[in-house]
Structures are given as C-alpha cells and as structure tokens.
Design a protein around this ligand. Sequence first.
Ligand SMILES: Nc1nc2c(ncn2[C@@H]2O[C@H](COP(=O)(O)OP(=O)(O)OP(=O)(O)O)[C@@H](O)[C@H]2O)c(=O)[nH]1
Length: 872
Amino acid sequence: MSGPYSRGVSYSPSESFEYTALQFATRRNSIEQVKYLVESGTELDTGPDPALHLALRKGHVNIAIVLLEAGANYEITDSNGDRPIHIACAAGLIEVVKVLCALGCNLEVPTRKGLFPLHLATKYGHIAVVRCLCAAGCNIEVRNYDNIRADITALKYGYNDIAELLDRLRASGQRDHYARQLVPTSRPALKLSLRLLGHSGVGKTSFVKSLGAGLFSSFFRRSSSLTSSKSRPSSPINSSQIEMDVTSCQNSLTFESSAHHYHSTKGIHIQNMDVSNVGDIVVWDFSGQESYFPIYHHFLRPSAYTITAVLFSLDEPQSVQVQQVCFWLNFLLARQKADLPFAEYGPIILIATHIDLTRAPKTQHGDWVSSDAQKTLETVQKLLPHIQNLMDTVLVVDNNVPASHAFKQFKSILANIKQNIVQQTIGTWTGLLEHSVSWIHNLRTEYEAFPVLPRSLFDDTLRNHINLLASDEHIQEMLNQLQLMGEVHCINHLVVLNVPWLGSQLIGELLSHHFISHAREIGVYTAEDFQSSYTQCESASVLELLESMDLCVQCDVDGEIEFEFPIYIQTETLKGLWEPNDTRYSSRNATFGGLRFYTSSGIYYMFKAIFCHIQLHLRRNLLAVYAESDSDLFQWRSGSKFCNLDLEGLITLDEDQQQGNQYIEIKVRGPSNSSHCCFYFLDNITSTVRKAIDIVCPGLLIETHILSPEELKLYADDPFCYSPQLVTTAIMEAESTLDIILYNPNTHSHETISQMIMFDDIDLAKHIQWGCVLSVHELSGPIKLRLCGFLDPPDPHGRDWCLLALRLGLCQKKIAALISQHSSHTMRLLDTAKCTIGALITSLHELDRQDAEELVLNCAPIFKVILEHVQV
Ligand SMILES: Nc1nc2c(ncn2[C@@H]2O[C@H](COP(=O)(O)OP(=O)(O)OP(=O)(O)O)[C@@H](O)[C@H]2O)c(=O)[nH]1
C-alpha cells in the first residue's frame, strides 16, 4: 500500500489468518454485502485484523462507518498494534475520526512506535483531523516516545499551519471554550423569511410598509395615501390588450415598463423587520421589473423557513389576476428543484391588493369581502393542482390601511408558521453562530466599500477571530444558517456580507432599466471600461462577483481580457447569418437538423430570463470545449451563432405568435456527408442550452419539438415542428423505429425518423437510446412532481397512483408500503418502480389518465445520445 498508510503506520496483515466473509466483503469494498452480513448478525471483530481496521487501511470510509454504527470494537488493535483511531488519523479519514470522537474513543493511546493520534494527524499534515481531535479534547501537550510534542512534529514535517494552530491553542488557553462553541444548543435558530413576488405596481412595497407600520404610523400611512391615491400607477399590463380566456393558451402577460408614478423597487429590497406578535423576520421584496428576473434564481431557493406571498391587484380584470398569479407561481416553481420532500418548500400565500378601488362590500366589522379574489384562488388551484404548498386562503388588503383586520390576520399566519417550524430548528444554534452574527456585523464595517470575501479568506478570518477549531463543515453549516437569516449570501466561492447591498445597490443598479439602456450595445467590456460605467466599487472585484453570479464571462481576446455580458447585448439580429446561398450548404447532400424547446402548456414567458444564461454558457462551452479548434460564437439580442469548422448552429429566442409563447430554437447545418458531425454538434449545443436552463430553472417543464429537416433545408420561415407526443407515440407503436415516417402538413410529404433525428444517417441509431426504453427513474423531477399532482388525489373511478402501481406490477404489500403521510405516494411509486418510461405511458393510457399520459409523452426525453469519446 502506498501513501500515508505505509509510511505512517507500517502494516503487514497476518498471512496465517483466514478471512471471514465480512473481511472479504470489506476488502472488496462491497458495501451491500457488508450491510447484509452486519444485518444478519455476523461477528464483527474476528481475527487479528478485524474488518474495521481492514476497511480503514483500504480507505473504505463508508464501510468503516457502517461497521462502527453496527457496534464494531474501536478500541482493539490489529496485528500491527494499531487502533482504528491511529489508522484514520494517519490517513486523514476525517469522517471516521469524527465518528470515533463522537463515540468517545480513547485519544490518548500511542502506537507501538509511541505516536499518539495527534502526532499521526500532524505528521501527515491533516489539519482538519487535528482540529477535530483538539475539539474532542485530546491532550495537546502529549509527547511521543521521543519526548516530542505534536506542534514540533508539525514543524519537522513542514506543516507550519498545524504548528501555528497548536501553538495558539496552547497559548490562548481557549481550547475548551472553542470546543463548547461548536456544540449545538437547544435554542431555536429561527428567523422567518417573507418573500414577495408579483407584477410591478401590485403593491408589494406598500404591503411591506404597512406590515411594519406601528399604530401611529398607520394613521400617517392612511392619511398620506388619501392624498396620493390619485397617483396610482398605470398598470404595467395594458388592460386593453387583454382578453384572455385562461383555459386557452392565448395569453397577454406583458412586462413592458411604463412610466411609473411611484418609486419602483430596484432589484431586491431586503430588510430586517420586527413584526408585532411575530418577532424578527427578513423581508425580500422582489421588484416586478423584468430586467431583474435573470438573477432571481439565486434568491428563490426552497426553504422551509420561508413564506412566499404572491400579490395581485383586484383592480385588474380577473383573467389578468389569474394569469399573473400563475406566472409567478410557475416562476417560483421553475427555480426550485423538484425533488425535495414537500416540507422543504415553505408555504405560499396569495394576497389581493387594491380592494379599495373595487366596489367590493364590507362586513359589519369593516372587513372587505371579495368574491373576485376567492375566484382567482380557486381558478389557480384548478390550473396548478401540483402546487401542494399553496395555502387555501387569499388575503384581501387595502395596503393603505395597516391597522385593518387583513394585516392582523397575516401576522397571525406568520406567527403560526413560525410556531409550527420552530421545533425543526432546534439543534442548529451554536455559540459559533451567535458570535458570528456580531462578528459579521463588524466585518461589514471593515469591508464597507465592497462587502464580499472569498470563502477561503472568510474561513481563515473566522478561525482567527472566533474559533480556531471550526471545521469546514462547521463553517458551512453556520453559513447556511446565516444565509437563511439573511445575514450573508454565498455565491460559489464568494461570501457576500451585506445582502441588502447586493440586492438593492449592486443588482438594483446594474440590472436597472436605466443602466441596461446605457450599457455597451455589444455587451463586451474591459475592466477599465466597466470601471468607468460603474464607479461605486473597484471593477476587478465587482466583475469577479458578477462572473460568479453568471452575469458575465471572462474571455481572452488576443491577449486582452474582456468580459462579455449577455444581459447587456442589444445588437439586433445580424444580417447574412443564415444565408441560403452559402455554397457550403447548397448542395443536395448538405445536412440540416434542429429542434425547439417549449415550456410545457400553461407556463408562459419563462425563457427570456434564461436566455442570457444560455448565451453565457454557450460562450463558456466555446472556451472550454472548442478553444483549440477553428470555432467562433457571435451573439446578439435573442440569438447566437456558433460555428465550428464547416458546421454552423443558430440558437435563438423566438415567440410563437399563435401560441402566444416563447421558445428556443436550435438549428444546425453542415456540408455534404457531415451527418455524424452535425449530430454530435447539435447534441453539444442542445446539452449546453439544457444545462443553462437547468441551472436557472431546475424545476421547469420543457418539451422538445423536432424541426422538419426538409423545411430547414428549404429555409422555410416557420418549419413544421414534430411534437414530442407525435414522435414518441410513433416510436412506441412502430415495429421498427427506423421504418417510422411522419406526415408534414406544411409540405404534404413524409419524413423518416432517421431524417428528423439522425441527419439521415441510419448508422447513428447505435448512438441513440429511445426515451421509451429508458427507466422511469430518468424522468426529470418536474415531470414527477406534475405526475404527483395528477395521481395523488383520489380519483372517483380509482384511476390514481394506486391502480397505476398495480398495473406496473407491484404487489399489494409493496403498494401498502408506498403510503406515507409525509411524502407523495406517486413520487414513492416512481422512485421504486422498475419499469420503462414506455411501460408507464402504456399503463397511464390503459388507465385512461390522458392528462398524465400526455404530460409524459410531451416532456419525457424522446431519445438520449450515447456519447462517443471522439467528437467533432
Ligand atoms: N389604492 C391602493 N393603492 C395601492 C395599494 N397597494 C399599492 N398601492 C399603490 O400602488 C403603487 C405601487 O405600489 P408598490 O407597493 O410600490 O408596488 P410594487 O409591487 O412594490 O411595485 P414594483 O416595486 O415596481 O415591483 C403605489 O403608488 C401605491 O401607493 C392598495 O391596496 N390600494
């Protein structure tokens, strides 16, 4: 064995001993077998080299932990005279050291050579292990058989950081204090967050002001509103355009910024607020202005400690209210991974504002009654049945009357939520967290000009000022808590110390309509150019932060460093980008192919906020994958052209006038006999686009439609799109996939599946796996979530998850095991069922669940590309 095992604790396993099944399984790293043997009660500590020691020698951490949890003896030595703690410390197996310390293992025993666990960790430079041992109370004064302390060992082997740590621990005499700080207390760590979403002008900021208003200021707000009510903003939705039937796919959501007569929120306004009867909460007021949407995903992660309020104005027609609410619920859902337990997503409440501008009646107690608000809630519930955490109540407010019953009701809802989740937070509050809150406060002053620290500097500073023994995990856990409390915001390797500054000053300015309209048309800046446009902070630091937020990408253009900001690109479509008369692609055998991404029905206007991220990832892809080859990427507003040798790809954001929805189109073309290259080229672009969508909107449902290659070749303005439902149904019904032909109503001709997907090269079939033969486990989280919405509620004819489970071949016992109070039955079924997507579609069809069947047909992958090692 190489590495520290052989050097640190020299080891020669006893040859004469015959291994047990457990030892064999351990050596082979077969965790399943180890678990099986442990569960069947096998002897754990047999022989001179017990399984636990063997696992550690081999570095099989998971097996070692299984054995420890099963009760393996951790205080015995192996044939070499080493205990598990010796082997783990020498090898730096921090996870095992943590478990051993938690079990109370003896840390003051030397190896045969007289090295203590602390000496071993020190000798091999494992500072995390040293911290863990010190926090667990090991003796830092202990000397080995040569009378040498561990800090001297550290110096001898060149680990000055460890030597300094041990020195400081000895000098400060604070070791016990540090250790105590890391222990969770029974104090709840809860600080509720309130997020407000909604179109511009619906009254989010006014709601927050009223929520925070005391009795005296309530009077003031009321009287000032009476004088200002005439200056209510014109709605950002042009009502005259809107004649929407919410059941149809036509829609008219618009975000055109009108000249507001009020002070519209810039970016995200984040503030701490002390709400009477609730306590401290953090309020996140998200501006309704569209230019800020591209960064909201950073701040809309799921959290059980957050309530999200979606506001709408009763002054709008009801169809517009429904459409706006659906937009924001879909917006939120799209930005949250769909695979967490329901309890991880905080509740969502609808708030109807501007009731005072309607003719709604009041009760005798002076409370408003609005059947419109109730109708909007009910319609939304019907349209989006899968949103499980939408509260069954809608609050009706006149934002100018903070003392009204509605605000009291909202406060009591907040207090209830807080009460319900307070138990979950027990065990998260530590002395480290407590000290950090005030420390960060001071740090903010120190870094006032630019309150951002790289994570490594943050960790070092925290250890130097607060706790020398805090491990990376302690700090991570503490940062998670601080982030929930709105004290910091972590983006990749950066820690932002002042979150309100990030939301309002930085983002609020750089993504404001004003800044964007004055930005450079081509969206490219050098650091100096950027500095002259944004003078508030030093440009290098800001650019680093913006790059980690995926707002810009750094490029080296002939030795000069430039930053491309897709969000600022305003250049209109370049002429001559996709010329039919380009001779390379005009021969009869030239190759064409493409597809469109649509959002699933009922979800509108999601792509605009994502498209700048797609452009950013296309640039990164070019730099990472195609840097060496003859490639180029041209980008303009709503489009990119990617060229590699003779292949060309066009990626655009377009709007379907008929459907009233946006889509992303990707098409590629190549010269004669380039099918193979085109196929992988298209796959590379498609994967890059999907990656960007998944990063921004991991919960978004996407449909992939295939464009008619024949019409692409003819440069048709609006080529026919074969829907995923059409293609997958044909694949499932066909005897042989390659025989499939589909009718194109535009050209009145037929196209084969090979033409549509494989650039007419049948050989490529071996690089494809059809979607219907993939396992159901490959269905994306959002599809599964929708299926839960369809199949969880009991069906009057029994056509729900239960019958589906029967059809998928599960026995009664297994079906009974799917029933759970805490998670969706359908989700559990989809996670356990061992069947293909095709079998699921067939079963749903047989069950006559057209809704669920269509969903899977439309959103499941049509095919998956098996990647080759050598690509274009
Ligand atoms: N009459 C009446 N006016 C309201 C009500 N709520 C808000 N307003 C007015 O509507 C205007 C816009 O309100 P804001 O609270 O700033 O809107 P917002 O949702 O924060 O808008 P953005 O910051 O642009 O996203 C202001 O002039 C408010 O005084 C309400 O319930 N009744």
